[in-house]
Structure formats: C-alpha cells, structure tokens
Design a protein around this ligand. Structure first.
Ligand code: NAI
Length: 451
C-alpha cells in the first residue's frame, strides 16, 4: 500500500506529488491524458505562448513609436501554433522528469475508485488494483456548455478553449460568447493577429469579479483596437455560424467563422467512482475544509474539482496544503491573497478586495489610484500607453486589502502585493520597503505614498 494516491496530474496533482515525493512519501499519480492537466496542455501555457507571439507581432508593427522600422512585417500562424506545441511538449517533459526525480509512480490510464477498507482505498486502472492510505482527488474542471439551442451542433464551428488551441488555420472572424478571463485572453490574441473579434457578454461589464473601472478601461482599449463588444446581451440561439442574441429588447445576429464558448467551467466529479466513497459535495464541487479534507478522513481534494477559485496557482497551493497536513504540519488554505491575472495586452493583475467586494462586505477602506505613468520605466517602455494602479487599505488598521493594476508587466509585479496582504502589512511598513529603480513595480510604492 502506498502513502498517497493522487487522481489527476494537473497543477494540483503534480505539485502535490512532487512535494509528497520530496518529503519521502510513496506516491502513485494517475493521469488519463497528458501530465500537466488543462493548464499546461490546453490552458495557461499554450495561450501565453501564443499571446507572446501576438504581442511580438504587435510590437514589431508599432516599432516606429520607438524609432525602429521594419518592412513586410507578418506572421505565420502555423509556426505560432507549432512553437506553442513545442513549448508544451518541453514543459510536459519537465514535469515528467520532476516526477521521476521525486520517485513518483506515474500511471498512465483512467483511474476508478472502488472502495475503502482495511487495505486502504482501492483504485483500479488498466485492469490492475492499487491501494493507498490516503487519496487526493485532483480531477479538475471542464468547459461549461450552457443550454443554448444550437450549441450542441457537432460541426467544427463551435469551440471551447481546447479546440481553439488546435486550429491549424486562423479564423477570419471570431464571435466569443462570454467576456470573462478566457474570453478576453482569446479576444486579445486574435485581435492582435487581425481576426475580426466580437465579444458578447451578458453582464454590464467584462471580466466579472475584477475591479469594474479597470475592466471598463481594458474594454475601452480593445474597442479602440477594433473589438466589438455587446454587453448585457443574452444569447438565445446559435444557427451554424450565426449567434442570435437579445439586447435592449431587440434581437440581433452576428456571424463568425468560429464561435468560442467561454462562459465558465465546471468541476469534474463524475466518471471515476467518487460516489463509491460517499464524498460530500458543495455547489457542484467536492466539499473541503481549510485543510482540503473531505468528509472522509483520508480523502482530500485540491484544485478546480472543489468548484471555487479555479486557478492553477490556487490548485498548486491547495495540493501543498494537503501534503503539509499529511507530513505533520497543520497547514491551512487562505484565499484572501490569491492573485488573478488576465494576460491581455496590456495585462490586468489584481489581488484582494475590489471596491465592489469591500462595499458588499461592509469593509471600511480608503483608496488611491495613480496612472502607471508615475513609474518612469512604464513611460520608457509604453509609448502612449495607458494604465492604472489602485490600492485599497483598511480604514481601521491601515493594512493593504486590495491592489489592482492595468499595464504591462502587471503579472510580474502583483506578487509583491500578495505578500503585503498575506503578511497584513500596513502602509507605514510598506513605505520602508526599498523597490528597485527604475522598475514598473515602483508604481506600487508611489501609490502607497500617495495616501
Ligand atoms: P469566467 O467566469 O471568467 O467568465 C465567464 C463570463 O461569461 C462571465 O463574464 C459571464 O457573465 C459570461 N456569461 C455566462 N453565460 C453567458 C451567456 N449565456 N452569454 C454571454 N455571456 C455569458 O469564465 P471563463 O472565462 O470561462 O474562465 C473559466 C475559469 O478559468 C475562470 O474561473 C478563470 O479564472 C479560469 N481561467 C483563468 C485564467 C487566468 O488566470 N489568466 C485564464 C483562463 C481561465
């Protein structure tokens, strides 16, 4: 019997396996597809790789702003996709070698939970039986397909994040249903590559739970770049290439060579025998406590399968919490300093409370907002660029409770704000931190001093 069986090799499963193996636990990791999960194979990494090609093309097109000129600037979509596939293969191989290094027994196949008895938890795979003292479920999530008539059509027009990444040819036009994170990242990618992009969002603003003002600024930037947005628009039907929606009491039709569905994801809790253990569920995901324990003492869950905070970095940390608890450290999961990034160009990065969420929770706060141009490095590297940094502090103790940025490279700066929130740092404490100069990160310091 091994110490830990893990089902699912995404950022929750493979990180937990690596940490557990490193700490000397015997680990079996089951993966039915390719190790790395959605994030590495059909999410975070492939999109960021393609977005970088798109950004490079855009920068080359606008090089004249920096005194740099080129002729016949163009891109090869096939090469962009081929490079993406190469990067994914390389990183998958990297994860595989980490598994070997940490003595994790990776089994390729579909695992099925059978029972729990005195031999531990029994899991079968490829006609073999395996027993574990503990089980960690990391089966992730899948794209949610809403019950809109026509979405069930089986041609290759309607795509999710998975299929769109496999396209061999660039679509001339793309209609995106859902202006959340996935929708906006693909909107950014294809807009940069000159595809005609339309985004249909049912809420009054894109990017749902993000800072409302920053989301509106991003939408404005992309409207100017040519994306057409329909907000508060309800899709009622899809017919072939046509998306039919209602807005302001009128019925409208938009056509796209391809249609992307990005209206959220759902936990994968069926098809691997979870019901054989009577694990309790909550809002469509596996119910866990702050130590990622389910209602069954030796069964844990981590990652998207819990149904909330569907982010790769949340998943990895949750996996680590499980391993720490199994190896004698009473670790707890906290969700108030989890960063969120939207890899558009410019990027959006945020952590902690927004003004909207603080108001809902009746948290008294002060807020200061500065243009990114207060950081000299931003001005040097973003000719004509626009952006903002917004910091929220608690009224009572003066601690940082939220930071929101629009501007490159916000994704690389935000962790500083995560540390400030995680450590409950006050303005005075942060003012004593020395930031490297000149960096865009200094915008955080400038904003802190503006209170
Ligand atoms: P999402 O929840 O971020 O956005 C879905 C959007 O679709 C919402 O704005 C919603 O109002 C809208 N919507 C829902 N039904 C609709 C309808 N019938 N018509 C029009 N609009 C509709 O979900 P998304 O973008 O699919 O992403 C799924 C998950 O993956 C998210 O939890 C996200 O955090 C995660 N993710 C994170 C990334 C990152 O961290 N950079 C990148 C990609 C995904």
């Amino acid at each position: 019997m091994c110490d830990l069986i893990i089902i699912g090799g995404g950022p929750a499963g493979y990180v937990a396996a690596e940490r557990a193996g490193h700490k000397g636990l015997s680990v079996i990791l089951f993966e039915k597809k390719v190790i790395g999960g959605v994030c590495l194979n059909e999410g975070c990494i492939p999109t960021k790789t393609m977005l970088y090609s798109a950004k490079t093309y855009e920068n080359a097109l606008h090089g004249d702003k920096y005194g740099v000129y080129g002729e016949n600037i163009r891109f090869d979509y096939g090469k962009i996709v081929a490079r993406k596939n190469k990067i994914v293969r390389k990183l998958v191989a990297g994860v595989e070698s980490k598994m070997k290094l940490n003595h994790v027994n990776v089994i390729s196949g579909e695992a099925m939970i059978q029972s729990q008895n005195s031999d531990g938890i029994k899991v079968t795979c490829n006609d073999e039986s395996y027993f574990g003292a503990n089980l960690l479920v990391c089966t992730g999530s899948e794209a949610f397909i809403p019950p809109i008539p026509g979405l069930e059509q089986t041609d290759d027009i309607i795509l999710t994040n998975r299929e769109i990444l496999q396209l061999k040819e660039q679509p001339a036009s793309l209609v995106i249903i859902g202006g959340g994170v996935i929708g906006m990242e693909f909107a950014s990618l294809y807009n940069s590559l000159d595809t005609k992009v339309t985004v249909i969002e049912m809420l009054p603003e894109i990017l749902g739970s993000n800072d409302f003002e920053i989301s509106a600024m991003l939408r404005d930037i992309y409207s100017k770049k040519g994306i057409e947005f329909y907000l508060e628009a309800k899709v009622v039907k899809v017919e072939g290439n046509k998306v039919i929606f209602e807005k302001d009491g009128k019925t409208e039709t938009i056509e796209g060579e391809k249609i992307l569905i990005s209206v959220g994801r759902r936990a994968v809790t069926k098809g691997f025998g979870l019901e054989n253990l009577n694990v309790e569920m909550f809002r469509g995901g596996i119910k866990v406590d702050e130590r990622m324990r389910t209602n069954i003492p030796n069964v844990f869950a981590a990652g998207d399968v819990t149904g909330f905070s569907l982010l790769a970095h949340t998943a990895s940390r949750e996996g680590e919490v499980v391993v720490n608890n199994l190896t004698g450290r009473a670790d707890k999961m906290r969700y108030d300093a989890i960063p969120g990034v939207v890899y558009t160009n410019p990027e959006v990065a945020a952590v902690g409370e927004t003004e909207e969420s603080a108001k809902l929770k009746r948290i008294e706060y002060k807020v200061v907002k500065l243009p990114m141009a207060y950081a000299g490095r931003f001005v040097a590297e973003n000719e004509g660029g626009n952006g903002v940094c917004k910091v929220l502090i608690g009224e009572k103790f003066g601690e940082v409770i939220g930071v929101h940025m629009l501007g490159n490279p916000a994704s690389e700066i935000i962790y500083g704000a995560c540390m400030a929130i995680e450590q409950e740092m006050t303005l005075t404490e942060l003012q004593e931190v020395v930031f490297p100069h000149p960096t865009v990160s200094e915008i955080f310091k400038e904003t802190i001093f503006a209170f």
